[in-house]
Write a protein that binds this ligand. Structure first.
Ligand code: NAI
Ligand code: CS2
Length: 488
């Protein structure tokens, strides 16, 4: 086992590895992050690290995992240090991020998490807990109150379990101490992520103290954001390759692309970094940026994930290396782009060209299987809303429908070569149960469209769409994904 990355190892690292350009001992933790996964470490933490390097030492991070100790065990032995590895083809840039000061594991010590959130030093709380982590109904955005952890937090916040629970417990302490609320910033791929987080927090607060809910609604801030950086899950090979370069092992490293974008609604309760100086876009209207990104990047990603996964293709870049793969993406983008109201400053044609180059970045080794995860939580904002917009105007949507039909086929847990796989999705049991006893494509489509947690009534009751989905599903089943894409 190699020695681990740490403060003590900094002097031994190769000279071209960028080190933290500030005194980490002087940094205050102005940020608590819930869900300290790969994306946070490659996106928000990189921005906050730049704020520290610019001399504003208020923006250190206390990371929190609401579930497992893994990232804590990766980062704490490394004094919170990790390497941000930017890859683009053969190009590679290594930067050590020093912004993370420690990581807490909520189930081990929920009180410590509440205390960090309630600290006078804490001005921002950021979240990347995945679409399913908010415990919201994907179709309505309402808190799933039957969820055991949500139910427990609605009953008592003595030992919170959920993100809304932790936020409300801490906001209650802040109010009692005469402190202002923090600004809570969702950085997940959810539509209207700020409003959805606020809705969940206010529901949780009202269950305990109506006056607290009123205070949060009046004094709190839950800005909407659009976040973008492709960050594939780190593999053991990634860690080993980096260790060979650094001479020490960095178990918390993250691999990403050079591209990064963060659009935040300009709505804060108090102190915040100079986001504009950091290249973050502050705006009063995030929605058009969010819609363009979710429908173009993420919609194509999900179509690539299911069609590529069914065809046994492991990586995104391999799908878009196929002429039929690129053709599918362009057709889906033609359909999706027509539904957008692009924000001033977004050249959709140039954006599409840039997206295709990002997808083609073979160095990322972005697994189709990773993107296929949690489809029930992703489809509504990535594909279904776009289809609804197309159907509302009578516009055709064959590529979008093919992507949804591929998700439907994916629910069967068998790829085109007959290999079985586990459907990794919080609603996998529901889709499996729905498919029980079905035989024809029409029966399977009807059974899945009936899942109201995923499909809104406008699509569930659209017979023309159901026929299109059944036709695609039949072809996917009889001819396979690659042959079916070629028919588009
Ligand atoms: P990850 O797997 O590295 O981290 C996921 C984090 O969410 C972990 O801290 C995990 O403990 C937490 N989590 C998962 N399920 C949860 C639950 N039910 N309740 C509470 N916490 C839960 O994944 P990664 O790459 O950090 O992505 C996280 C989210 O960031 C994505 O779901 C997406 O919303 C957003 N994002 C990811 C991008 C990427 O390319 N990886 C890019 C843009 C946004
Ligand atoms: C991907 C996203 O895993 C997925 O669902 O589509 O994480 C994607 O990499 C990001 O949204 C890019 O910003």
């Amino acid at each position: 086992m190699s020695a681990r990355l740490s403060e003590a190892a900094l002097a031994t690292l190769p000279p071209d590895v960028a080190r933290p350009a500030y005194d980490r001992r002087a940094v205050k933790a102005g940020i608590v992050h819930l869900g300290i996964g790969a994306f946070h470490r490659a996106h928000q933490a990189a921005f906050f690290d730049a704020a520290l390097a610019a001399g504003d030492l208020r923006w250190g991070i206390i990371g929190v995992s609401l579930r497992f100790p893994g990232v804590r065990d990766q980062l704490v032995p490394q004094d919170g240090l990790y390497t941000l590895v930017e890859r683009d083809g053969d190009a590679r840039r290594l930067q050590l991020i020093g912004a993370v000061q420690t990581v807490l594991v909520a189930p081990e010590d929920p009180a410590a998490v509440v205390a960090a959130l309630a600290s006078p030093d804490t001005h921002l709380v950021t979240l990347t807990i995945t679409e399913k982590g908010y415990k919201l109904d994907p179709a309505t955005g309402a808190l799933i109150e039957a969820d055991p952890d949500v139910a427990a937090d609605l009953a008592s916040l003595d030992a919170p379990r959920t993100a809304p629970g932790f936020l409300v417990a801490a906001l209650a302490k802040r109010r009692a101490a005469g402190l202002p609320p923090f600004t809570a910033i969702s950085c997940d791929n959810l539509p209207h992520n700020g409003a959805r987080l606020a809705q969940a927090v206010l529901r949780m607060a009202a269950a305990h103290d109506e006056d607290l809910a009123t205070w949060i609604e009046a004094a709190g801030a839950f800005p909407q954001t659009m976040v973008d950086r492709i960050v594939p899950a780190t593999t053991d090979a990634d860690v080993a390759d980096l260790a060979a370069v650094l001479g020490v092992e960095d178990q918390a490293m993250v691999k990403t692309e050079p591209f990064t974008q963060w659009v935040i609604e300009d709505r804060f309760t108090g102190a915040r970094p100079d986001f504009a100086a950091l290249g973050v876009q502050l705006t009063d209207d995030v929605a058009p940026w969010e819609e363009a990104k979710l429908r173009l990047l993420n919609g194509a990603h999900s179509g690539i994930a299911y069609l590529g996964g069914l065809a046994g293709i492991d990586f995104v870049h391999q799908v878009v290396a196929l002429p039929e793969g690129r053709h599918f993406v362009q057709r889906l983008w033609n359909e999706a782009a027509a539904t957008l109201s692009p924000p001033p400053g977004l050249d959709v044609s140039a954006y599409r060209t840039q997206l295709m180059a990002r997808f083609a970045n073979a160095a990322l080794q972005h697994r189709t299987r990773q993107i296929a995860m949690d489809g029930s939580q992703k489809l509504p904002q990535r594909l279904l809303a776009t289809i609804a917009a197309r159907r509302a105007t009578g516009a055709p949507c064959p590529a979008l429908a093919l992507a949804v039909a591929a998700w439907m086929r994916w629910q069967g847990g068998v790829d085109d070569a007959g290999n079985s796989f586990t459907v990794d999705d919080p609603l996998a049991a529901r889709t499996a149960a729905a498919l029980e006893g079905t035989d024809t494509a029409e029966e399977k489509v009807a059974a899945l469209l009936a899942i109201d947690a995923i499909f809104p009534p406008t699509l569930r009751n659209d017979t023309g769409l159901a026929q299109m989905l059944a036709a695609w599903l039949h072809r996917l089943t009889t001819e396979g994904a690659r042959a079916t894409i070629a028919r588009l």
